[in-house]
Design a protein around this ligand. Sequence first.
Ligand SMILES: *Cc1c(COP(=O)(O)O)cnc(C)c1O
Length: 407
Amino acid sequence: MKRRDILKRLSIAPLAGAALAGGLQPGTATAAPLSVKRDVFKELGLRTFINAAGNYTTMTASLMPDDVMAAIQSSSKEFVMLEEVQDKVGQKIAELCHAEAALVTAGCWSALVLGTAGVLTGNDPKKVALLPKLEGSGMKSEVIIQKTHINGYHHAVTNTGASVITVETAEEAEGAINDKTAMMWFLNREAPVGKIQHQQWLDIAKKHNIPTMIDIAADVPPVENLWKYNKMGFDLVCISGGKAMCGPQSAGILMGKKDLIEAARLNGPPRGGNIGRGMKVNKEEIIGMYVALDSYIKRDHAMEWKIWEERIAVINNAVKSVPGVTTEVIVPPVANHTPSLEITWDPSKVKETRDGFGERLRKGSPSIEVIAWEKENSIRLTVFMLKPGQEKVVAKRIREELVKASV
Ligand SMILES: *Cc1c(COP(=O)(O)O)cnc(C)c1O
């Protein structure tokens, strides 16, 4: 080979290698240089907004922090076995949350479905294949729920084919137990309005050897709730990953007893021929969920709470002096347990409806979403999803609109 030819080859080879490493197929056009940033929101004509409402699925719930995104990015570069990812991440999550075992699911809803399915089928693949048809299968078919805990999310439990038996008192709960009883389900958010509290619910279930499940979807903070209900004795605990923990919105965690988690896994992906095959979580999200949980636990929660209180004070101070306006700081006892500000106006002094006010904030610049669907002549807002400094913008905009609508 001539020297010139060798030089030619050398100059071509690294380029070809770089193109392949960058994911380009040989012969395809080169991709746009990385320095040109593609603004997909703009390209699609999507409205972005300041989220002063909270972790609402309709509003895409939460923003994933950089460490979660970095984990998602880096884990997207190699192949691994999906089941091994679930094994390893499950072990870590179980340790962090003081559970025997854990599984990353496609949100809390899918944790409810897969967990219930596992309770029904155990580790019998024939039963797994039969769901949601329970009739004549030999499987148990009834789930006991307090009447006040029925609010739509229980539909996940009935996706398995199980039916709901509602009860109000402890006597009724115990009386409802029979040989078809598969599980007793508790919705933590509704605990304050239920007649039966956690320990009594567990005592009844344990006495009759009935598995228990609790839905704590939106119930961190406080961070301790991540292990509180495992330690209390619930056999299965279900939580959302994309709410206050700021994990992927389409991820959640099912944790609890080892045999039940194993049974739940038989009812979901990557296996087919079951009711859960569509509830897939990719490796990036499973790993993103783990990193989100880990860093959520390590946050300075007291400091974070102080920051939220300060943000609420900034907004409160800006709006409470508008004539006819009253404010109240509200901390929900369970679920979205974070300081919120309720702003109420006297409609004879501020001429705007609740819906109209929500629309003014939405259409303003920058666009802001608040909770504008609870009480008449009133909006409520939270500050835990704000980026630093956005509280000033929210304060200014709400004050402006209140003053504008004042008579
Ligand atoms: C949000 C929520 C769910 C559903 O959780 P996803 O993570 O969105 O699937 C279930 N139960 C309750 C009480 C919730 O608040």
